[in-house]
Design a protein around this ligand. Structure first.
Ligand SMILES: [Zn+2]
Length: 494
């Protein structure tokens, strides 16, 4: 920054009463704060130790449980037999990515702690690492004081870097959906399972001028979302925060969507009672704005996918749709298939006021029929194209004692695969017919009509291969697929 820029910045900042030295470097008022975790109260350090070492890791592959501190297998879930660490049986971290026996990862925990110094409110962010990559690593030592913030009425200041951010600026950016990761408030999001707040001093915090009327302690005792937005921005800046907490709407207070007038929306007492009973989330709130209801069953349904709800709310009645789903034995998640069904029906110019169209006798069968009709509408020769491509692709067919791999032969076969596997391969029919991608099925020889693995090939490589519900392919089958892939003969799109 040139001296000129610094001078200009200085005059801009005069309003903010920042101090500068003779070289125009900003001077922050010295605040007596901790410079490392070791200076902190023993209670705080114990809190960090307890939260970060006392959880249990469950291995996804064999459901066995391990001590988070030393990775020894556990029989008793209260104390580790190897390192004597006391464990919290309620805090189990499920590990789906790595196998605990071959653990190669670093877990990072985040801790927030408020502190009040000379009537100023400080907020510390501490990070603790559990490093499993190095067995000789001394875990107990690895807590770092990452950031120290001074919380003010209109802004937050990072005392380490001098960086500051006004709540007003943050809100303006958030409304415009501008992203700027260098700002303070927007970069503080952590995994809530691994983020904790030291709560012993919340009472003192509520006595400060800054937090006096915010209901912050009540809120923080009813949430596990600890970040700079829930600790600072919402309570100090959003006018609806205090109201939401007072009403017990803690989930709404966690996101505090601005520009929404809860007080006005919730004037009806019964409605508020329902909101409170369900402790509704922001997503549920938005769903309720589209489809007002006081029934939990309907709320579960309409909050599953807001885009779907918005679209369907103009066409169907949700109580009726729920009854229809029950009669067809469809799960809530299948509302997305229903949404597709309605969209295809619309494209086929069917009358969406006709109840036989909206609620057909057999949903799955009718849905598949509509899809075929739709594909034939966009390309009447689609099935001939797929058939001819499949004949060429059959050069890549595979067979051993147990398995078969062969190309999809028709639109119907893709639709059938989708229904059996609960995947979306049916939506690839058009691209497949043009040989933009290739679809193969892997099945068991003894049961060749039952779907097993859907394989999507592009550029001579397996682009994706999944078993039912898009779950990964078993090790044994994966080995066969790798081998098969290495022998694939490319059939180019001419
Ligand atoms: Zn242990």
């Amino acid at each position: 920054m040139s001296i000129y820029d610094k001078m200009k910045k200085r005059s801009d900042d005069m309003m903010n009463q920042l101090k500068y030295d003779k070289d125009f470097n900003e001077i922050y008022e010295e605040i007596d704060c901790f410079s490392s975790v070791f200076e902190m109260d023993e209670k705080v350090r114990n809190f960090i130790e307890e939260k970060s070492s006392s959880f249990i890791i469950e291995d996804f592959t064999d459901e066995k449980k391990y001590c988070s501190n030393c990775l020894s297998p556990l029989n008793d879930l209260k104390v580790c037999p190897n390192c004597n660490q006391k464990l919290n049986p309620k805090k189990i971290l499920y590990e789906s990515i790595w196998n605990v026996k071959h653990i190669k990862d670093v877990l990072s925990f985040s801790f927030f702690m408020f502190d009040i110094k000379d009537s100023k409110v400080l907020l510390y962010l501490i990070t603790k690492y559990l490093d499993y990559t190095n067995p000789y690593y001394c875990r107990k030592q690895e807590s770092f004081l990452m950031e120290t913030y001074e919380i003010q009425k209109d802004k937050v200041v990072n005392l380490k870097t001098g960086e500051q951010e006004y709540y007003q600026d943050y809100e303006d950016k958030a409304i415009k959906k501008e992203e700027d990761s260098s700002r303070i408030l927007s970069k503080n999001f952590y995994n809530p399972d691994l983020t904790f707040l030291y709560k012993e001093n919340l009472e003192l915090l509520e006595k400060t001028n800054l937090y006096r009327y915010t209901n912050i302690a009540t809120f923080l005792n009813n949430t596990n979302q600890y970040n700079l937005l829930t600790l600072v921005f919402y309570p100090l800046y959003c006018p609806q925060f205090e109201f939401l907490v007072k009403m017990g709407l803690y989930h709404l207070a966690e996101s505090c969507p601005y520009k929404i007038n809860y007080k006005k929306d919730a004037l009806e007492r019964d409605l508020l009672k329902f909101w409170k009973k369900e402790n509704i989330t922001e997503k549920e709130y938005l769903a309720l704005k589209m489809v007002p209801t006081k029934k939990k069953e309907i709320l579960n349904f309409i909050s599953y996918d807001l885009t779907v709800t918005k679209y369907l709310s103009k066409i169907i009645s949700f109580p009726r749709l729920i009854n229809y789903f029950k009669s067809q034995k469809l799960k809530k998640e299948e509302i997305e298939s229903y949404f597709d069904y309605i969209k295809y029906s619309e494209k086929l110019k069917l009358n969406l006021k006709d109840h036989h169209i909206l609620y057909p006798d057999s949903f799955k069968e009718t849905f598949n029929k509509r899809l075929c009709e739709f594909y034939l509408l966009i390309d009447e020769h689609i099935n001939e194209k797929i058939k001819s491509l499949a004949e060429t692709l059959s050069i890549n067919s595979y067979e051993d004692d147990t398995y078969l791999i062969f190309p999809a032969t028709s639109v119907e076969s893709l639709i059938e695969e989708s229904s059996q596997m609960s995947n979306c391969v049916r939506s690839y029919a058009k691209k497949y017919s043009e040989n933009e991608l290739q679809i193969y099925f892997m099945r068991e020889k003894k049961n060749p009509t039952k779907s097993l693995v859907t394989i999507h090939v592009e550029n001579k490589k397996i682009y994706e291969a999944y078993e039912k519900f898009n779950t990964p392919v078993s090790k044994e089958r994966e080995k066969i697929l790798k081998e098969w892939e290495s022998h694939l003969i490319p059939i180019l799109n001419s």
